[in-house]
Design a protein around this ligand. Structure first.
Ligand code: FAD
Length: 385
């Protein structure tokens, strides 16, 4: 054998796994078909990489097995990654909701991981086309290389123009592993029919609570020329299924009964003024037209006002789709967690085969959770190989 482990994919998870295993004395080969490593890290967080989230808890990850991620996440925490960032002298800041970003550039995170790989003597080869992967006599063979451990770290198919592929699923299936139907997640949703009228609001954003089933997120929603985006919508998109609605609560700080209270306090005011008070003007005007209340509040029945308030608190949109893998920040679904040990990410069917990162059916919320999963799962596998 030429190596102790071959890792396919030099993204977040593959780099972390390679560096950690290399520093444990393993001879690691890290292969990627892209011309450079960590391309998604480079474009992440608007170029500043939201590298982890201090609020990391297992229920902020979506998976068919909600318990699967617990073990790895508890053994490699956001503070562990932060300690690494600090050891490399990378300045960082907390933006909002526990999200940690580089002050400078995402390039610093890639440079840090490359430095860690160099310390572990990792053999990194970019522009590597991975052809046949053979498995016999306890060894995996990729081209001329062979090793008793093979780690699938090629991520999911989101953003194909960055070199993302569904290769992880193909390879997993070839080894007989089940794959949970992949789907675009953290993705803008598209609107059709009557909702198309909201297109005229393209570029307008507002603080809302977006709900999909039991999931609810309070953040900004953004109207786009195709539908809805912004953090609140991206978050619910990961829970959204075709044909189901999402509910958007406008004016989330208004207490129940606020419109009736407004009627009592300002009977001569109109609906438009009430809405413009807490919403961007263009949004207020479109909602006002939809609510079709032209009279002053004092001349509007309580029933009509209560109905308008209820509608504003749960404005129903039924997206006709999403913007797909071309715009999805991650891919939900992937290699089934039932196939893997939650302790070290090793296949239960094929000893020596591992899967880590986004390739696995574990999908984090927006806000640094997906990188934390990549670091933690990569670390867990590295301790076993
Ligand atoms: C625009 C954008 C912004 C994001 N921002 C954030 C953020 O700020 N915070 C956060 O937590 N998450 C963010 N994410 C999500 C995060 O980038 C991914 O979840 C994370 O990179 C997954 O790590 P991974 O190692 O599993 O996969 P990747 O980082 O995608 O790495 C997979 C690697 O495998 C290689 N590969 C793929 N197919 C093949 C093949 N057939 N042969 C050889 N090599 C192959 C790829 O070139 C790539 O280098 C963002 C994603 C996008 C698209």
């Amino acid at each position: 054998m030429t190596h102790d482990a071959i890792i396919l994919g030099a993204g977040a998870a593959g780099l972390m796994c390679a560096a950690t295993a290399g520093q444990r004395g393993r001879r690691v080969l890290l292969l990627d078909h892209a011309p450079e490593v960590g391309r998604k890290i480079l474009i992440s967080g608007g170029g500043r990489c939201n590298f982890t989230n201090l609020g990391t808890v297992p229920d902020r990850f979506i998976s068919q097995n909600a318990h699967f991620a617990k073990s790895a996440l508890s053994r490699y925490t956001p503070h562990d990654f932060l300690a690494l960032v600090e050891r490399h002298g990378i300045a960082w800041h907390e933006k909002t909701l526990g999200q940690l970003f580089c002050d400078g550039s995402a390039r610093q995170i890639v440079a840090m991981l490359l430095d860690e790989c160099a310390r572990g003597g990792v053999d990194i080869r970019c522009n590597a086309q991975i052809g046949e992967v053979a498995h016999a006599d306890g060894l995996f063979r990729v081209g001329a290389a062979s090793a008793p451990a093979l780690v699938i770290a090629t991520g999911g198919p989101s953003i194909p123009k960055m070199g993302a592929t569904g290769f992880a699923y193909e390879l997993a299936r070839r080894f007989g592993l089940k794959v949970v139907q992949p789907r675009p997640a953290l993705v803008p949703l598209t609107l059709a029919g009557e909702d198309l009228l909201f297109r005229e609001l393209s570029g307008v954003s507002s603080d809302v609570i977006a709900r999909c089933g039991k999931a609810a997120f309070r953040e900004a929603a953004l109207f786009t020329h195709r539908g809805l985006s912004g953090p609140a919508i991206l978050q619910v998109s990961s829970y959204w299924q075709h044909g189901t609605p999402i509910d958007v609560q406008f004016l989330p700080d208004r207490a129940p009964g606020w419109l009736l209270a407004a009627k009592a306090a300002h009977p001569r005011a109109g609906m438009r003024r009430m809405l413009r008070d807490g919403l961007p003007e263009r949004l207020a005007d479109v909602l006002c037209e939809r609510l079709a209340i032209d009279s002053e509040l004092g001349a509007t029945t309580d029933r009509k006002l209560a109905a308008a308030e209820a509608q504003l608190a749960a404005w129903r949109f039924t997206p006709n789709g999403s913007e797909g893998y071309a715009k999805a920040e991650v891919t939900a679904g992937g290699i089934a967690t039932t196939e893997l040990s939650s302790k070290d990410m090793q296949s239960r069917r094929v000893p020596g085969l591992y899967a880590i990162g986004e390739a696995v059916d574990v999908t984090g919320w927006l806000g640094g959770y997906n990188f934390q999963w990549a670091w933690a799962s990569g670390w867990a596998a590295a301790l076993a190989i």
